[in-house]
Design a protein around this ligand. Structure first.
Ligand SMILES: [Zn+2]
Length: 432
């Protein structure tokens, strides 16, 4: 059953935005390349999914701008029990100044409290409040404005939910970084990465204020959060969940997706995933595909995972179940280019590789010299660059590693990219 969202205001809606997207093919996608840090061959990272990028100095600055995240309501019931222990009647949700009674689907509008460039910038928030009590699950997409697959995932999931058959509520923010989205850019107009500024600060930079507004006006109402991303800078990710598996509620959330690759990853300070989890709201990131494209198979993969999650959390009765869990990768390694030139891949996303297998070649277009990139581990290609011209140090292939293949330093301190610019743990904006 399809539910039509009742629009509560006249601001630019997602449909208009998507039309806008279709009318702007390729525009402004160029010119967003990051300044690559110097690489050092193969990295085996303490935290292989460091989401640092060229703006590490800003991340450092941002660290001074954080305020303590305080959830709007306590989350004392384990996520797995949230539907079973919910008592009484479903409640009217109060969100963004609107009342959403049980059994209602509504489209709201969120604007950061501070106006940007003097013009209010609003973005849609889709809400389905079920007739039965239960937890509130939130979906956020396009925190990086050029990551499009999650936008379509949120649309598909939210419009398929029947509020009459839902326990709890689902809140979807399809385009968090609407300003980046309009420009086809990962960043805010001032080149800041919004996902380095959560939970934000009402008195900080534009990014910190936007982060604060989203966090307090929307995310604080959630009992669990799924933040949807893609690879960045001409890199694509095999659909995968990135989760801090030391947190039991995060494990519940992760296992709920069914058949999706899991990469254990401690979130970095400033990411929405980190801020939400710190505030007691278990959160995971879903990575699927690459930026600036709408990739149908990745979208379907993500939607299937989220709908499975709704079922396993008990919020809906069997939209679909998806068994056969994929492996959990506790470690991973980026294989970097040692030479500049034309990168051509010999493997595909999802390929299983053995130590020493050829992953790709880099050919110098002037000298015709060719070098090979080979896998340093047995594992699986969970992320990779598209064929392109690369500089030395460019991270080309992300290999998920079986944990027993490497020495695992459990519970080691998270690598702080802000403190270690240019270190081996520094990865250039791969993801969230
Ligand atoms: Zn992202």
């Amino acid at each position: 059953m399809r539910i039509l969202f009742r629009q509560s205001d006249t601001s630019a809606g997602i449909c208009q935005l998507l039309v806008c997207l279709l009318l702007l093919p390729g525009m402004a996608w160029a010119g967003e390349t990051a300044v690559e840090p110097s690489g050092n061959g193969v990295d085996l990272l303490q935290d292989s999914t460091d989401e640092g990028d060229a703006r590490s100095s800003e991340a450092s600055a941002a660290a001074e701008e954080f305020v303590e995240a305080v959830p709007a309501h306590p989350h004392e019931v384990p996520l797995a029990d949230a539907v079973d222990t919910a008592e009484g009647q479903a409640k009217t949700l109060l969100l963004l100044g609107e009342e959403i009674p049980p059994g209602t689907a509504l489209r709201l509008s969120w604007s950061a409290t501070e106006l940007f460039e003097g013009v209010p910038v609003s973005t849609p928030v889709l809400v389905v409040n079920g007739t039965e009590p239960g937890p509130t699950l939130c979906l956020t997409a396009a925190v990086h404005g050029d990551e499009l697959n999650g936008i379509e995932m949120v649309r598909r999931v939210l419009h398929e939910i029947d509020p009459e058959k839902l326990s709890g509520a689902v809140i979807g923010v399809p385009i968090v970084n609407v300003q980046g989205f309009r420009r086809g850019s990962r960043y805010l107009p001032d080149r800041r990465d919004l996902n380095r500024y959560f939970p934000g600060n009402p008195d900080g930079s534009a990014a910190a204020r936007i982060a604060y507004s989203l966090f307090n006006d929307v995310v604080a109402h959630c009992d669990a959060l799924v933040d949807l991303h893609t690879g960045s800078f001409e890199r694509a990710n095999l659909p995968q969940i990135r989760a801090d598996l030391r947190n039991p509620d995060v494990v519940t959330l992760t296992l709920g997706f069914g058949s999706m690759v899991v990469l254990h990853s401690k979130p970095n300070t400033g990411t929405l995933r980190h801020a939400a989890t710190q505030a007691g709201i278990p959160a995971v990131t879903v990575e699927a595909g690459g930026p600036s494209q709408l990739e149908l198979s990745e979208v379907k993969h993500g939607v299937k995972g989220i709908e499975t999650l709704l079922t396993t959390l008990g919020m809906v009765r069997k939209i679909r179940l998806w068994g056969d869990p994929e492996p959990v990768y506790y470690r991973s390694s980026w294989v970097r280019a040692d030479n500049g030139g034309i990168l051509l891949s010999d493997v595909a996303l999802g390929s299983t590789v053995r130590k020493g297998d050829l992953l790709g070649t880099i050919t110098d277009p002037m000298s015709n010299a060719r070098t090979e990139l080979r896998s340093p581990y047995d594992g699986r290609i969970i992320g990779m660059a598209r064929n392109q011209v690369v500089m030395p140090g460019f991270a080309a292939f992300h290999v998920g590693i079986q944990a027993d293949d490497v020495t695992v330093e459990e519970e080691s301190a998270p690598v702080d990219i802000a403190q270690k610019p240019g270190s081996g743990g520094y990865v250039d904006g791969m993801s969230e």
